[in-house]
Ligand binder design. Structure first.
Ligand SMILES: [Zn+2]
Length: 161
């Protein structure tokens, strides 16, 4: 009897976890990832995980694609070119169907390329979640990559839908 009860409690807890997990996830979108090397894809996962962990699971992107129309791409068809001296490294566009395309400028060869890729992906995913630019230091949404936070701050989370 005790064993049966324990098993029942287990199943109820599991069902509650499923239900709460599903409700807690407000923005759960699939991205397709194109044009990145395996080490870079790992970095993109780390950026997505940062948003998920910082928001307690509320903001989640899956990078496993499926039939997603949302892209995370490097070397996009309309290649993003940073003007001389500029530090624009990524763009986020809303496409005609309302989905977002996140593009990361190919800055391979930069001494800390993977570190920059992480910060740019973190920032561009913030746009996807509804955040605008921050013209100051210390946030994921800081417009200059060298000034950006490495983890979503409370203020970053506030602007995210
Ligand atoms: Zn931006």
């Amino acid at each position: 009897m005790a064993r049966y009860l324990l098993s029942l409690i287990g199943w109820i807890a599991f069902a509650a976890w499923l239900l709460l997990g599903a409700q807690g996830c407000e923005r759960c979108d699939d991205f397709t990832v194109r044009g990145f090397a395996p080490a870079e894809v790992e970095v993109l996962h780390a950026a997505a995980d940062a948003w998920e962990d910082a928001s307690g699971g509320r903001l989640r992107v899956s990078l496993d694609g499926g039939d997603s129309t949302i892209d995370l791409v490097s070397e996009p068809p309309h290649r993003v070119t940073a003007p001389e001296g500029s530090r624009v490294l990524g763009t986020t566009r809303t496409k005609w169907d309302g989905t977002t395309a996140v593009e990361v400028l190919d800055d391979r060869g930069h001494p800390d390329w993977l570190g920059r890729l992480y910060l740019v992906a973190l920032h561009e995913l913030g746009h996807h979640f509804g955040c605008g630019e921050f013209y100051g230091r210390g946030r994921v949404m800081s417009i200059i990559v060298e000034d950006a936070a490495t983890w979503p701050t409370a203020t970053d989370l506030e602007c995210a839908e």
